[in-house]
Design a protein around this ligand. Structure first.
Ligand SMILES: Cc1cc2nc3c(=O)[nH]c(=O)nc-3n(C[C@H](O)[C@H](O)[C@H](O)COP(=O)(O)OP(=O)(O)OC[C@H]3O[C@@H](n4cnc5c(N)ncnc54)[C@H](O)[C@@H]3O)c2cc1C
Length: 396
């Protein structure tokens, strides 16, 4: 067994853990990040890579953080952002009337009586973000499952049993940041049981239909089509255009026993609903040359009943465990400010990074779900055989 003595241990190597690591290291705290999978392989690489600002419905904080903090941060790290986002708002919503009108590319059909407006949102290459955030930090990362040493008030250390079967490492620490995404509720409840705070954490299933075609075959405009209950994030990638298409749901059931890597079971009915809405919006889809489709489901952690509401606070019943759940891709930067505020009240920064036994071993950036070897891509006809209900649906 090896031992390291640190200011802060971060549990979870998704976007939240990595943003926290970057921020804490920049402030001089000695840190380790523990993650039981490839970096980003949880919700972060399941996502659309869409910096959603809540369509202006949830107050000014998210739009401001996205424009003033997150987008400049990503651009400084060389990540190409796409700002080509439009929304088809629900009918009779005066709050959207002041947004500039937008025209959709050929092939899209806006439902009768509705029109599109431009959104000040952005998308980014999600794997590129994980690479940028972990650049130069792999030696601060231990790959393995984090198990806390709890004395009833404090987590005094985190044990890590490396995934490659190597020697156990014990990280003694003054503070712990639980950024374990869908594993966070389980981690904190393992210390203090269920509390009003942990009851606010919900895990909701989100389906993603991936649509891919060669460059020039699919438009690269992203669309939040509210009346159709559909979100389409278009990514102009090196070898193709990929659309991440989600049937949108507000609320919906919450699942407690979800895997830490956020992978979910597919419900074919939801996939069919999403594809039928997509065909309403873009009826020529089946005619696209080189088209392929696939789908997956993931669990997204939400706080309360709406998406995008971050949580960052001391875990109730603990004196040094900070729970950091972004519930969206803008949230990690808001949470990182609070992480520093709380940590600075618990420990003074040591100002150096002691060597981490096993740090960097087996650590790598994960792949987006649709790039993993077990992901199934299908042509349109295969897709219809898999989901025959689609051809029976009315497509206007
Ligand atoms: C399908 C889908 C689409 C989404 N689309 C969007 C979107 O377009 N825009 C948006 O803003 N948000 C979106 N989200 C939400 C967004 O992706 C998440 O809020 C964000 O990625 C969460 O990041 P995280 O770092 O908190 O968690 P994660 O990325 O899930 O990372 C947590 C990591 O912790 C690890 N872990 C868990 N337990 C332990 C343990 N005990 N020891 C060690 N490691 C552990 C896990 O393996 C995982 O890698 C989406 C989510 C899903 C599921």
């Amino acid at each position: 067994m090896s031992i390291a003595d640190l200011d802060v241990v971060i549990v979870g190597g998704g976007i939240q853990g990595l943003v926290a690591l970057n921020t804490l290291v920049a402030e001089g705290y000695s840190c380790a990040l523990v993650s039981d999978g490839d970096l980003g392989s949880g919700q972060t690489l399941h996502s659309h890579g869409y910096l959603s600002t809540g369509y202006g419905m949830f107050g000014p904080e998210l739009p401001r953080a996205s424009a003033e903090v997150v987008q400049p941060y990503l651009m400084k790290r060389g990540l190409g952002l796409s700002h080509d986002w439009v929304m088809i708002p629900p009918p009779n919503q005066p709050m959207f009337e002041e947004l500039p009108a937008a025209t959709l590319p050929d092939g899209f059909i806006v439902p009768p009586g509705l029109s599109a407006v431009r959104l000040a949102d952005a998308s980014f290459p999600k794997r590129g973000l994980v690479e940028a955030l972990s650049h130069n930090h792999h030696n601060r990362v231990l790959r393995g499952h984090a198990t806390p040493h709890w004395n009833g008030e404090l987590v005094e250390a985190i044990s890590v049993r490396p995934s490659d079967g190597g020697k156990e490492v014990v990280l003694s620490t003054k503070a712990v940041v639980v950024a374990a995404g869908c594993g966070s509720k389980r981690f904190v409840q393992g210390l203090v049981g269920q509390t009003p705070q942990t009851k606010q954490i919900n895990h909701r299933r989100v389906h993603m239909i991936c649509v891919q075609a060669p460059h020039g075959s699919l438009p690269t405009t992203s669309i939040a089509a509210m009346p159709l209950g559909l979100m389409l994030a278009a990514h102009d990638q090196k070898d193709n255009v990929t659309w991440y298409v989600t049937p949108m749901e507000m609320g919906g059931p919450s699942y407690d026993d979800v895997p830490g890597d956020a992978a979910g079971e597919i419900d074919p009915e939801v996939v069919v609903r999403g594809l039928v809405s997509l065909l309403t919006l873009y009826p020529r889809l089946p005619e696209i040359d080189g088209l392929r489709l696939g789908c997956y489901a993931g669990y997204r952690q939400d706080i309360g009943d709406r998406p995008g509401n971050p949580m960052c606070e001391l875990a109730a019943g603990t004196k040094n465990v900070i729970i950091a759940l972004p519930s969206g891709l803008v949230g990690p930067w808001l949470n990182a400010i609070t992480v520093i505020e709380i940590v600075s009240g618990l420990v003074d920064p040591r100002g150096s990074q002691p060597p981490l036994p096993g740090g960097g071993a087996g650590v790598r950036v994960g792949s987006a779900v649709e790039d993993r070897p077990d992901f199934v891509w299908m042509g349109w006809n295969e897709w219809l055989r898999e989901y025959p209900q689609i051809s029976g649906q009315p497509v206007s």
